[in-house]
Design a protein around this ligand. Structure first.
Ligand SMILES: Nc1ncnc2c1ncn2[C@@H]1O[C@H](COP(=O)(O)OP(=O)(O)O)[C@@H](O)[C@H]1O
Ligand SMILES: C[C@@](O)(CCOP(=O)(O)O)CC(=O)O
Ligand SMILES: [Mg+2]
Length: 311
């Protein structure tokens, strides 16, 4: 049994959304794959991209604390949450194989993608398929348990796909006319550098910033303006403003800022996306200068993804 799940990019509002402010997030076509198959008496988890495996006795599952299991924490927590929710007492073991082309820990929701994929796989394996709202709720509960603080952004966007506007941990599909505008936009996602910290650490560091609420309020005003414009130049300027405000949360890095500057100069606008601390930048492409943009980016030894929106 195989489950494929998309990833996501946050256009505006990362971190602010954890405190109930708005975010705009878009599902994109980088995917994770979760395969589940029967095994006699053990639970075997294979993280193929990390070359890590874990073997558990069925009876141990109930007692374990996922956060003590390093890179297995998200999928282990997803298995436990889903089994609890579905009242499953596992009689037979299973082998769960996870692989993904989503760069890990770089702001594209790799954690949420494998979490949602694992939840769906468990529901299917035990013949108790879950509805989208159950999947999204379970996914949010997993990210909150593992990260301490989280919003519904990643897990809802990956579950419902398309473009979502999130506020106070509620979400709705973006207005149709605005979705049409975004469809006319071409975004590049640039993987700039490996993060030194996980989302959980970055979210908890932002929590300690005294004036974070003022910054979040400013970000919300930027989003208000972005949602009013149907003009790429104006939209790009909003992205640049959001990035400047994220810098005040100390979650950017010199290399991220350099790539954002290139994006602002040779694109319509750019900003870091996700928890920050390294990871990815999203650039709104100005087709007239796209060649120059790619030339400048290639000098920075970065990885460029041309991602499509997933509905
Ligand atoms: N392909 C994968 N295989 C196994 N675990 C993964 C994979 N992708 C993500 N993870 C899990 O998610 C964690 C990264 O989550 P996070 O720090 O939130 O980064 P992101 O910004 O990509 O969501 C990894 O440490 C690992 O526990
Ligand atoms: C920082 C945050 O707003 C987004 C995290 O995204 P990612 O884990 O870096 O893909 C946290 C959240 O919304 O749960
Ligand atoms: Mg994550």
């Amino acid at each position: 049994m195989i489950v494929k799940t998309p990833s996501k990019v946050i256009l505006f509002g990362e971190h602010a959304v954890v405190y109930g402010y708005r975010a705009i997030s878009m599902a994109i076509d980088l995917t994770s794959t979760v395969e589940i198959k029967e095994n006699s008496d053990k639970i075997i988890l294979n993280l193929n991209d990390l070359n890590k495996s874990l073997k558990l006795n069925l009876k141990d599952l109930k007692e374990i604390e996922p956060n003590n299991f390093g890179d297995f924490k998200y999928c282990l927590c997803a298995i436990k949450e889903t089994m609890d929710y579905l009242n499953i007492e596992p009689k037979k073991g299973f082998e769960l194989n996870i692989s993904s082309n989503i760069p890990i820990s770089c702001g594209l929701g790799s954690s949420a993608s494998i979490t949602i994929g694992t939840i769906k796989a468990i529901g299917k394996f035990y013949n108790k398929p879950l509805k989208d709202d159950e999947i999204a709720k379970l996914g949010f509960s997993v990210e909150k348990k593992i990260q301490g603080k989280a919003s519904v952004t990643d897990t809802s966007t990956i579950t419902y796909k398309g473009i979502l506007e999130i506020k106070n941990n509620k979400f709705r599909k973006i207005r149709e006319d605005f979705e049409e505008f975004l469809k006319s936009c071409k975004f590049l996602i640039v993987y700039v550098e490996k993060r030194k910290k996980k989302t959980a650490e970055l979210v908890n560091e932002v929590a300690k910033i005294e004036n974070k609420d003022e910054i979040f309020k400013e970000i919300d005003k930027v989003i208000e303006n972005a949602l009013k414009t149907y003009n790429k130049e104006e939209f790009g300027k909003c992205m640049a403003k959001n990035h400047d405000l994220l810098k005040k949360l100390n979650i950017s890095t010199p290399k991220i800022d350099k790539v954002v500057d290139i994006g602002n100069k040779l694109g319509f606008g750019a900003k870091l996306t996700g928890a920050g601390g390294g990871g990815c930048v999203i650039i709104l492409v100005n087709e007239e200068k796209e060649k120059e943009l790619l030339k400048e980016l290639n000098k920075e030894n970065v990885k460029i993804f041309e991602c499509k929106m997933v509905y």
